[in-house]
Design a protein around this ligand. Structure first.
Ligand code: AHR
Length: 503
């Protein structure tokens, strides 16, 4: 059976905020050290930043880059990460059982963003695990105050005369998680987040603040956490965060392919909860969503591995969470991107966790090359072509049965209309065995031709890119896709991510 939908410019979801294509650099494993920063590497610049990685980061098209954690931020002492590198202390990082050398810190992060280019924006987290209001204010003063105070002058003395101008701030990380250093109940966190937000705004009214929501929809405190935290912070923050990672459970690939069903319901449930609190508080304000950690992550594999780690060892930049992504993973990943775009009216910030080496689209070898994982391609294409108005796509699709989500559409799709009138359809075929014919009716869109149909699919769904074979998987052009008399017809290969551009 054929899957179908209609596109009409009169029916839109909302405009894509460029921040939807954010990413995340955490002091975790080799994301920073030997990832983006490796002095002495043949491709390193004078600041020790790997230019081969910078090139790939630009090609990926990331915008907001969240830093420095993640779980790491709950032990973060910002003052350790500034000033002369040789004076910076080595610290124990409890989150990842590593030694943090602080050779890369706040100033280096800002320098990295500048080198990525003007599309890159800082998104800084403050530590609300082991620290509180005072340290958040100090960090903000150091980063954002122009001059003439102890901490802004210290920044200048450290060589950064110009303030960093950080607008977007996260009020801690995953404070609902028992694994978080300084974990809190919703009431405890809501209070400290509210007071931190109030003080940060007093010091710099231009900041935009993200309060922590749940670490996943499966958390036992989900929804109650959001409601409690927002009742304390509603008028003081701009966004509530969502985090979600997906993996196949017990080999159930069909449910894994439908992971976006969970992501979309998570988004809709958080919107409902936030709007409920707004209604209760009789507020005119609307809280948006910052989906600031999302990805495919073989988390259970990591949890098993973590149990075997030698607790007396505190290595520097160990190999952690270096998942190698298959074609199947990339198709799920593309579907997660579609889920974000389908909710672009409320999800106005999103960060792919993470950027380099750690559950990342970009991999590196110390002293060696950098390469693209399979997940690199859907992200780069979505960031490049997913800018403009998201059109409201309601699919009529054949379905399949999944253990976790019941009857699920085989087609998952969205479409974005750019300001120049071109339209890009992003579509996933979740069938592992069957091609999926697709018909799209175009109403009121002056489109006459197919610019390209690109697909990521492979006869081997387990194919991946590796150090030995870095270009094994890349998107390929699809023949036969046509636009005739206002109808687009295409065939989506089994288990495929598709980008169809129309002009
Ligand atoms: O991205 C890896 C980790 O996942 C982050 O540090 C944490 O916030 C989440 O649990």
């Amino acid at each position: 059976r054929t899957a179908r939908f209609t596109l009409d410019p009169a029916f839109t979801v909302g405009r894509v905020n460029p921040r939807l294509f954010g990413s995340f650099v955490e002091h975790l494993g080799r994301c920073v050290y030997t990832g983006i920063h490796e002095p002495g590497h043949p491709a390193a610049d004078a600041e020790g930043l790997r230019t081969d990685v910078l090139d790939l980061v630009r090609e990926l098209g990331v915008t907001a880059i969240r830093y420095p954690g993640g779980n790491f931020v709950s032990g973060y002492r910002w003052e350790d990460s500034v000033g002369p590198v040789e004076d910076r202390p080595r610290r124990l990082d409890l989150a990842w059982h590593s030694t943090e050398t602080n050779r890369f810190g706040l100033s280096e992060y800002i320098a990295f963003l500048k080198k990525v280019g003007p599309q890159a924006e800082p998104m800084m987290a403050v530590n609300l695990g082991t620290r509180g209001v005072a340290e958040a204010l100090e960090l903000q003063e150091y980063a954002n105050h122009p001059a003439g105070t102890a901490l802004s002058d210290l920044r200048a003395a450290h060589g950064d005369k110009e303030p960093f101008g950080i607008r977007l701030w996260c009020l801690g990380n995953e404070m609902d998680g028992p694994w978080q250093t300084g974990h809190k109940t919703a009431a405890e966190y809501g209070r400290v987040a509210a007071e931190t937000a109030r003080a940060m705004r007093q010091q710099d009214p231009s900041v935009e603040l993200v309060v922590c929501g749940s670490s996943s929809q499966a958390m036992p405190t989900f929804a109650e956490w959001e409601a409690t935290v927002l009742e304390e912070t509603y008028e003081l923050v701009d966004y509530i965060s969502l985090h979600a990672y997906y993996e196949p459970v017990d080999g159930d690939v069909d449910s894994f392919l439908a992971s976006a069903v969970d992501m979309e319901s998570f988004i809709e449930n958080v919107v409902a909860t936030a709007d409920h609190v707004g209604a209760k508080l009789k507020s005119k304000k609307r809280i948006n969503l910052s989906f600031d950690e999302w990805n495919v992550w073989y988390l259970s594999r990591w949890e098993e591995y973590a149990k075997t780690l030698d607790q007396s060892d505190w290595p520097e930049a160990p190999r952690l969470l270096e998942d190698n992504y298959s074609v199947t993973d990339a198709v799920v990943f593309g579907s997660l991107l579609i889920a974000l775009l389908r909710h672009a009216d409320r999800v106005t910030v999103a960060c792919l966790a993470q950027l380099v080496n750690v559950i990342a689209p970009i991999m590196t070898e110390p002293g060696g090359p950098a390469w693209r994982q399979t997940t690199f391609f859907p992200f780069a294409q979505a960031s490049r072509y997913g800018r403009g108005q998201v059109l409201d796509v309601r699919v009529d699709s054949p379905t399949y049965e999944t253990k976790k989500y019941g009857e699920t559409d085989l087609l998952h799709a969205t479409a974005v209309r750019a300001d120049d009138g071109t339209v890009t359809v992003f579509a996933v075929n979740r069938s592992r065995t069957e091609p999926l014919p697709l018909d799209v009716t175009l109403n009121g869109l002056e489109l006459t031709s197919v610019i390209e149909h690109s697909a990521l699919a492979d006869a081997d769904p387990d194919a991946r890119n590796t150090l030995a074979d870095p270009d094994r998987v890349t998107p390929h052009p699809v023949e036969g896709t046509a636009l005739t008399d206002g109808t687009l017809t295409a065939v989506l290969e089994p288990l495929s991510w598709n980008v169809i551009r129309l002009a």
